[in-house]
Design a protein around this ligand. Structure first.
Ligand code: DER
Length: 221
């Protein structure tokens, strides 16, 4: 079992019968969705929403009941990955391009469990380029405004084209080097016209499960 799978399966232990569950996005959340699918096949009853079309498609393949967002109400728990986590449970997310739906779903969850391998556990945020979701209209102006916040900002490219999120927006990957004051930066970024949201998830994670190469699983609350 790989480290991502170990962290994921530990998190899925928190899911109980009858829960409303948010499904994260990415290669670590993939293992959580697989484990949830296994438990559903063994009789677990949950209702779920997904943070991306890819996770929704996987969930449906596994027989996990997907409920429309406007019918599910508040969620009991969401399990998701991250690109960086620090000691204060501040996250950098969006490596998979799903940050907007993740932030919406996770802000409507009573509990958010983040699952990572130890490579994501950092003292200082910012080595991973911060993803920022940007509307296509006048996007070059928005990119320039992002650069003025002190980063090297480049459009994310996929198959030679600008990457499009499930919401039809672009992602700018912003290299700050280190992010000393994430709270201030998050506010500043979201005040830029054309920015939809960014990959800083502050005061959102209730627990981070870190799987380490030495076999240890650390739980940070
Ligand atoms: O896009 C996202 O926010 C993903 O959760 C990402 O941050 C983690 O992806 P990974 O589990 O594939 O590393």
């Amino acid at each position: 079992m790989n480290l991502k799978q170990k962290a994921a399966e530990k998190a899925v232990e928190a899911i109980q019968d009858g829960m409303k569950v948010g499904l994260g996005t990415g290669s670590t959340a993939y293992w959580a969705i697989q484990k949830i699918g296994e438990r559903v096949a063994q009789g677990l009853y949950i209702q779920a929403v997904a943070t991306s079309q890819a996770s929704e498609d996987l969930a449906r393949e596994l027989g996990i009941p997907i409920i429309p967002f406007d019918q599910i109400g508040r969620l009991d728990i969401t399990i998701d990955g991250a690109d960086e986590v620090n000691e204060e449970l501040v996250l950098v997310k969006g490596g998979g391009g799903a940050l907007l739906r993740e932030k919406i779903v996770e802000s409507n969850s009573d509990r958010l469990i983040i699952i990572v391998d130890e490579s994501k556990d950092v003292k200082k945020l910012g080595a991973f380029p911060l993803p920022v979701e940007v509307v296509p209209f006048a996007s070059e102006w928005t990119l320039e405004a992002l650069r003025k916040t002190g980063c090297e900002a480049e459009w994310r490219i996929k198959d030679g084209e600008r990457f499009l999120t499930d919401n039809g927006n672009y992602i700018a990957d912003c290299r700050y080097g280190t992010i000393e004051h994430p709270q201030e930066l998050e506010i500043r970024l979201n005040q830029i016209p054309g920015v939809v949201d960014n990959g800083l998830f502050i005061n959102m994670a209730d627990q981070v499960i870190i799987a380490r190469a030495n076999g240890q699983i650390d739980i940070r609350n």
